[in-house]
Design a protein around this ligand. Sequence first.
Ligand SMILES: [Zn+2]
Length: 347
Amino acid sequence: MQNDPNAPRYSRQVLFPPIGEAGQRRLLESTVVLVGCGALGASLGEQMARAGVGRLRLIDRDVVEESNLGRQALYTAQDAADHLPKAAALAGHLEEFNPDITVEPRVSDLNASTIRDLLDGADLVLDGCDNFDTRYLLNDWCVSSGRPWVYGACVASRGLTAVIVPGQTPCLRCLFPEPPPAGAAETCDTSGIIAPAATVVAALQAAEAIKILTGNLEAVRPTLFSIELWPFRIFEFGGKDPSPRADCTCCGKREFVWLDTTDRARVLTYCGRDAVQVVPASRGRAFDLDAVERRLAPSFAVRRNAYVLKVEVPDHTLTVFDDGRALISGTGDADRARALYDQYVGS
Ligand SMILES: [Zn+2]
């Protein structure tokens, strides 16, 4: 039965005194938005669905690839062979083991123009994303609307996480006033990653999320926390009870520069991956993926499902989504990617 806190699947969690039946009921009435369905996101999605979060929205712009299967929970070789979008594939797997909750996959790019729609109604936001632009945008939205979020990042054998409860704990810009310069941060595509690093960070994030959602705020770990698995070390920053910074641009002065910028770059380069995402300037205008398929199919190898078209052109693969975005692989150059987009997809 939907929304039944006494369902057998939740019985062991309900036995845990800080949660109990009242906490389980709160989980079932909650809406959690998961931003990014990669290694962190897939694991977070699994834990939130098993915990019984009543409404779970999954946002991701990418498709499942074979190189994801070494660490990204739940995805299958068939998902990769079918080029399924991660949000749709993950939603399908979550429904297989918890059909009683509502799962909303959104195959979309989260940016300043889409964030209000994508995060609408969120009681809590979980960060499973892979770039700082998105995290600073999330921080702006969460602080401006007073919603908690849980930051998470992992690379190689280590990870970092922080709980941000607006007005009570430091926000991301209290901790790091500006993001690192583009290309300066290590990524899983350049430094690699072992699966346990992602799993442990996702577990730490999920535990804090469950505390917040069940009303156990006093148990929340308010500091920035870093864990290194190889060799094992943990670090905690910010003392026992850190406060938001009064001079913080975001939560102190309430200037939401990431949220208020509507003309962010339309081309996003994936560091170290030899692929570039192109977001057409005409967002919001209808995009006809069928027409693109009809145009390209006579001349090129085209594979297609309901969400995505993949076409092999000389030296490049274009993965075109039904909202008009495209991933251009085989180049790291933004101008070249834009040119290929215009050449094959059209704008
Ligand atoms: Zn702040």
